[in-house]
Design a protein around this ligand. Structure first.
Ligand code: G3H
Ligand code: 13P
Ligand code: ZN
Length: 306
């Protein structure tokens, strides 16, 4: 069942769980996400980045996601991840997305508010929810590279002013995570104190980006079959659980799905040197992604909340 974030996140906050937003750019990943959510009876958010749109084409990709989402009874939001422009948000809404993120966090505060408002006015007319961002994550994401030194934790006062000025349906904040597979040099740490201050001041559902776990078991499976991801490190489960307990309602995961896909491909090809049927190869990778999505859903606490 296709819904926007307002049908998913306020309930998650009230009941004390978070809903996963999982990135896709193809059929198999979409099937894996929806398959895991359906099996665990969990609401889910399917996230599509600008690069995913460039890769797959917006018509083909949105049709795959929407077709699969409409077939099942659990709530599914189809969400643009890190939209940088009004035009891209508009294009996604025209293609049936139920939710968009306008990420103007790199702009000065006033500009961020202005662009976010512009998107909200258009989106709300179409019953589409809008996520915005305040603060900057370190790392690389869709056409955005923020060096670690330039990463800014969200200022709770700014977050409150921003939430009031925009009325966004969800707000992404920066509390120490970063995008990609190399999140921490030393011990993983999140600024739960900042999260508590923000959650204490605003009612808008809060979003954690860059939340992948980058589990050692998957990294060694990749490395055993010829990969080289030695220093990869993600957000441990206990920190994710703390973040949920303290007010995070939406958790973004992309890297973990990429890692599962890569592990699946590498292992399958290594163990089955005579197979060259893409359906068998991709089908195995799809199973690995589905396992990871299911694990994440259990950690977020959204199983049986569909
Ligand atoms: O937050 C960013 C997502 O991981 C999207 O990554 O731009 O490479 O599709 P991408
Ligand atoms: P990860 O790179 O930690 O999976 O984060 C993904 C993300 O935030 C997508 O918006
Ligand atoms: Zn992100």
């Amino acid at each position: 069942m296709l819904v926007n974030l307002n049908k998913i996140l306020p309930r998650a906050y009230k009941m004390g769980y978070a809903v996963g937003a999982f990135n896709t750019s193809n059929l198999e990943t979409t099937q894996a996400i929806i398959g895991a959510a359906e099996k665990l009876n969990s609401p889910v958010i399917i996230a599509v980045s600008e690069k995913a749109i460039q890769y797959a084409g917006i018509e083909a990709l949105s049709q795959i996601i929407i077709t699969l989402a409409q077939k099942i009874s659990i709530p599914v939001a189809v969400h643009l991840d890190h939209g940088k422009t009004y035009e891209l948000c508009r294009q996604c809404i025209k293609n049936g997305f139920t939710s968009v993120m306008i990420d103007a966090s790199h702009l000065p505060f006033k500009e961020n508010v202005r662009l976010t408002r512009q998107v909200i006015i258009y989106a709300h007319k179409h019953n589409v929810s809008v996520e915005a961002e305040i603060g900057r994550l370190a790392g690389i994401e869709d056409n955005i590279e923020v060096k670690t030194g330039d990463a800014l934790y969200t200022d709770p006062d700014e977050a409150r002013k921003f939430a009031m000025a925009t009325g966004c349906d969800a707000l992404a904040i920066a509390i120490g995570t970063s995008h990609g597979a190399y999140k921490f040099k030393g011990k993983p740490k999140l600024r739960i104190d900042i999260l508590k201050q923000i959650a204490g001041q605003i009612k808008n559902p809060l979003v954690l980006h860059g939340a992948s776990g980058v589990k050692a078991i998957w990294i060694s499976r990749i490395n055993r079959c010829g990969g080289d991801l030695e220093q990869a490190k993600g957000v441990p489960d206990d920190l994710i659980i703390q973040a949920v307990r303290n007010g995070i309602s939406k958790i973004n995961t992309d890297t973990d799905l990429r890692i599962a896909f890569t592990a699946g491909l590498r292992e399958f090809l290594h163990e089955n040197p005579t197979v060259f049927d893409p359906r068998k190869i991709s089908g195995h990778a799809r199973e690995m992604i589905q396992q990871v999505v299911a694990d994440r859903i259990k950690i977020f606490g959204s199983a049986d909340q569909g």
